[in-house]
Design a binder for this molecule. Structure first.
Ligand SMILES: Cc1cc2nc3c(=O)[nH]c(=O)nc-3n(C[C@H](O)[C@H](O)[C@H](O)COP(=O)(O)O)c2cc1C
Length: 168
């Protein structure tokens, strides 16, 4: 799939079949995650992969997350602040990595949704507890994936009035 086509057709998928995500697909997702740009190439990230239904189900009560029970593969993107070279950029670095995963999943025919964690302190604490994430690491975003059980049409979102030429 061409990059532009992937960007323009990706949608958040929140319904999945019970078909598993293969090892090869998992590797592609994680390689895409770690190939993201980051400030000073610091790569201040870690990834917790989750495919145990008992663990997955512990995330269904975060709020508006009941659909996660259908997900067959999830990745928790976490940030390690001490790995930063320029302080303050870790959330942006982790966001780049998360978006890479969303696009990679779409490219290989998987459906993915980003579930907000950081900076919602309550969610951060739940994730820390469920996955045993140490205090020096911050759970940032949960990417839930699987073989899609719904098809969403691309949306046209271009707005000319959001573009400011040379000055505001
Ligand atoms: C930072 C961020 C947080 C999000 N949090 C959630 C979430 O907690 N639950 C959810 O169902 N979708 C979440 N989404 C997905 C958005 O709702 C979705 O991207 C948006 O509605 C646009 O739809 P699309 O992804 O299909 O283009 C999040 C997306 C981003 C980028």
């Amino acid at each position: 799939m061409e990059t532009i086509k992937a960007i323009m057709t990706r949608r958040s998928v929140r319904s999945w079949t019970n078909e598993p995500v293969t090892d090869e697909e998992r590797k592609i997702i994680l390689e895409a995650a770690m190939n993201a740009p980051s400030a000073a190439d610091a790569r201040p990230w870690h990834f917790v992969t989750i495919d145990d239904p008992e663990v997955i189900n512990q995330f269904t009560e975060l709020g508006g997350t009941e659909m996660l029970s259908e997900s067959t593969f999830m990745v928790m993107v976490c940030g390690e602040e001490s790995k930063e070279i320029y302080p303050g950029f870790w959330p942006q670095d982790c966001a780049c990595s998360a978006q890479n995963m969303q696009l990679a999943a779409h490219d290989i025919g998987l459906g993915c949704v980003w579930v907000a964690i950081y900076p919602l302190e309550e969610r951060v604490q739940v994730c820390r507890k469920v996955l045993g994430v140490p205090e020096s690491i911050t759970p940032f975003a949960l990417l839930a994936m699987g073989v899609p059980n719904e098809v969403l049409s691309p949306e046209e979102r271009y707005e000319n009035n959001r573009v400011h030429s040379n000055k505001w």
